[in-house]
Ligand binder design. Structure first.
Ligand SMILES: [Zn+2]
Length: 123
């Protein structure tokens, strides 16, 4: 069996990961409660740091997913999430750019991971 590489798309379908209360996992804010951008930013950064500190590939994968979401057209600027499919969100994802910024942010995060976790041997 070929080892499976973590695919950021998989994270879209974690149980509960699309709930507005977990919007920070996607660099968005809870649109139901009217969460502030600042609150969402803090939760998002804390989530990324927590995942990075696991020092394993799953943690890095989750951190990269969230970091890359920050730059996606439907997410950029901590846009509100209402926990349901939105044609507007989909359109922004397809046409909103951010790919270059996401790549650069990913490189920075991977470099940070290598510094934080030289052996990447966390459980
Ligand atoms: Zn996401």
């Amino acid at each position: 069996m070929t080892p499976r590489i973590l695919d950021p798309k998989d994270f879209m379908f974690w149980e509960g990961s699309q709930l507005p209360g977990n919007a920070f996992m996607h660099a968005m804010r809870d649109g139901i409660t009217g969460e502030s951008v600042e609150s969402a930013k803090i939760k998002t950064d804390n989530y990324i740091n927590k995942q990075m500190s696991r020092c394993n590939s799953a943690g890095l994968g989750r951190a990269l997913h969230t970091e890359q979401d920050k730059w996606a057209g439907g997410h950029r600027g901590y846009q509100p999430s209402y926990g349901r499919f939105s044609l507007t969100h989909w359109w922004k994802e397809e046409n909103g750019g951010g790919q270059d910024e996401a790549v650069l942010a990913s490189v920075r995060l991977i470099r940070k991971f290598k510094e934080m976790c030289p052996c990447a041997c966390g459980k």
